[in-house]
Write a protein that binds this ligand. Structure first.
Ligand code: COA
Length: 173
């Protein structure tokens, strides 16, 4: 995969049943078939929320990646981003970073103040390069993860400090 192809990656919130089905197909391919983190499917109650955003990354007509986001704690403006996945053959081509940036921008545009993610240790550096901050190791979905955050919008710096005193959110993944 070449960097020039990556420039054609377009991220958008999935609209319609067909695009949503593509979003879930990618998630199953990565989190069920490839990584075995979930058995059968990776759906959870967040997928049925009215305020969840299911995001797809397309190259032309092909959906190559996903991310999901939703408000976790409206009182503090905290959003969770999860289900970040790029199909194996499309990795390191520049789809994953735009998906993360799109999730961050979408949450910020919706009024969020910070975003949290439970990140697989192998991806901590990937997130740090995108401006995320690590808050330590945790178990999540039965596997080792790192709790990471990023501030959103003009109050970005304020959005991170209190998290260390809060229990790690345990829904999603
Ligand atoms: C993590 C993942 C989404 C990254 O997607 P991707 O499309 O490969 O990412 P990009 O191509 O946009 O990478 C952007 C940059 O980060 C680098 N990078 C990618 N994965 C990395 C990693 N795990 N650690 C460090 N750097 C990484 C790329 O080489 C690229 O570097 P460059 O800008 O110098 O060329 C993808 O590997 C994936 O889907 N993995 C399986 C599912 C998964 O682990 N999901 C995340 C759960 S926390």
């Amino acid at each position: 995969m070449t960097r020039s192809l990556a420039r054609s990656v377009v991220c958008a919130v999935a609209t319609g049943d067909a695009e949503l089905a593509e979003h879930h197909r990618v998630r199953r391919a990565v989190f069920v078939a490839e990584q075995g983190i979930f058995t059968g499917d990776d759906l959870d109650p967040h997928d049925a929320r009215d305020d969840v955003r299911h995001v797809v990354a397309r190259v032309g007509e092909t959906v190559v990646g996903t991310v999901r986001l939703f408000p976790l704690d409206p009182a503090t403006g905290t959003w969770q981003g999860d289900r970040l996945a790029v199909l194996d053959r499309w990795r390191t081509a520049g789809a994953g970073a735009p998906l993360v940036r799109f999730a961050v921008a979408t949450a910020a545009a919706a009024g969020g103040r910070r975003m949290v993610a439970h990140v697989q240790p192998a991806n901590q550096r990937f997130f740090e390069r995108l401006g995320w901050v690590a808050h330590g190791a945790e178990q999540y979905a039965g596997h080792p993860h790192v709790l990471m955050t990023i501030g959103l919008g003009p109050s970005a710096g304020d959005g991170q400090a209190p998290l260390l005193d809060e229990p790690a959110p345990q829904l999603g993944g």
